[in-house]
Design a protein around this ligand. Structure first.
Ligand code: UPG
Length: 390
């Protein structure tokens, strides 16, 4: 039975997080999906990835990026990149749904979770780092323009104590820890894969009933390399994380290999079957049409175009294959920000680091986009000054 006024919702602001969203979407489909699947994306997501997302999600909705740019609090969290998670607040604007379950792009569903729709707003599981706070990786909510507005006002007035969405949501739904135990989701709905083992006996006892695993932290499944022959993440890349999460990482990659890579292959097939000049580009040639139709019920948000809504390509697709040996799975390909390398013995997803020209660097400074934690950190500037003054 399909319930069309309820949805699972996720967020991906770039092509890398889209890989996670795709695995999440497919994991939901693999466990008797009965609700709609929605992904919120931002303009940074490339055309090819939009096409692939539209094969998994019923709705691919473009929203504006919201960034706290609160580098001081984000530094405490040691995750300067997470200001953009405030973009998540757009999910309250999905008022064509009566109730939704939000799942971050770094979560993986292990069994059917329809029972979450029996819970009310705001239901979430404890954060393992501070259990009186909830973790905002999985939560049940009720779309409402009024709540959305109040959340934005709260953000403007009080900021977020971690610079990201979790701090903001915890101070907004501030009575969560005491008001209603029915709104406390069991930990098996947000099992944080890398911290569960701090209480190993509990994991031994209850771990097998986990329903959603959350790859919380700075090292994500897509940062590992996977050997499709052994069905395991490669030993070398495991140095990045705990040995304990291997079985979940292998599950994530197994889903990627069996359910996501074939989607890239089908796009490549489209690419070879359409007439010249109308290719759906894997190399970033299929750009979204400027005239995409507004999404029903989401004021101000546009539905991202699906495969059939892409503008004509501007030229032939770039050569994109990056393969060592004839692959058993789709060949390597890339979008604007992601390089996918596939060989018989290894699959990897790599983020392309784009070097900025001095003019772009200067423009970013002038617009106030300053990388306080990285290349614009005070120590680096001091070094440059010292070199200059020598
Ligand atoms: O560049 C980014 C970064 C994040 N996200 C989205 O935001 C989510 C949260 O970011 P992530 O890097 O996965 O954060 P976590 O490692 O899960 O860290 C924690 O901190 C976040 C910020 O408060 C909370 O949202 C999380 O629930 C909490 O677990 C992702 O899964 C994506 O859905 C993007 O789309 N693009």
């Amino acid at each position: 039975m399909s319930v069309v006024d309820q949805a699972f919702v996720t967020l991906a602001t770039n092509d890398i997080y889209c890989q996670g969203a795709l695995v999440l979407g497919q994991s939901l489909r693999n466990h008797r999906l009965t609700r709609r699947l929605v992904v919120l994306i931002t303009p940074q997501v490339s055309g090819p990835l939009r096409v692939i997302l539209s094969k998994v999600f019923h709705e691919v909705i473009e929203v504006n990026l919201i960034d706290s740019e609160d580098y001081v609090h984000l530094a405490f969290l040691k995750r300067p990149e997470l200001g953009v998670t405030l973009t998540k607040l757009h999910c309250w604007r999905l008022t064509h749904y009566s109730k939704c379950v939000f799942l971050e792009a770094d979560t993986l569903v292990l069994s059917n979770i329809d029972e979450l729709f029996d819970r009310g707003e705001f239901s979430a599981a404890s954060d393992p780092g501070w259990p009186d706070c909830f973790n905002s990786g999985v939560f049940v909510f009720q779309p409402s323009l009024e709540t959305h507005q109040r959340l934005l006002q709260h953000a403007t007035k009080h900021g977020s104590f971690d610079g990201a969405d979790q701090g903001l949501l915890n101070s907004f739904f501030s009575n969560w820890s005491t008001a209603d135990i029915g709104k406390h989701l069991p930990f098996i709905y947000n099992l944080t894969s890398n911290t569960a083992y701090t209480y190993s006996p509990a994991f031994k006892q209850f771990g097998s009933s986990a329903k959603i695993v959350h790859f919380l932290g700075s090292t994500k499944p897509w940062n590992y390399k996977y050997n499709p022959q052994t069905g395991s993440v490669s030993e070398q890349s495991l140095g990045l994380g705990s040995q304990h999460q291997v079985s979940f990482l292998n599950l994530w990659w197994g889903t990627y290999q069996s359910s996501v890579l074939p989607l890239y292959k089908s796009i490549r097939t489209v690419e070879t079957h359409v007439s010249p000049g109308h290719a759906v580009g894997i190399g970033g040639v299929g750009e979204p049409c400027a005239t995409s139709a507004p999404s029903a019920g989401v004021p101000g948000a546009d539905s991202a175009p699906g495969a059939d809504q892409l503008c004509p390509a501007l030229g032939p697709p770039e050569p994109t294959v990056k393969v060592d040996e004839p692959p058993p799975v789709p060949e390597g390909s890339h979008s604007e920000d992601v390089a996918l390398a596939v060989s018989v013995s290894e699959i990897s997803i790599e983020e392309k680091v784009k070097a900025l020209s001095p003019e772009e660097e200067r423009r970013k400074w002038e617009e106030g986009h300053i990388d306080y934690m990285g290349k614009d950190a005070f120590a680096r500037i001091q070094e440059k000054l010292d070199r200059f003054l020598q």
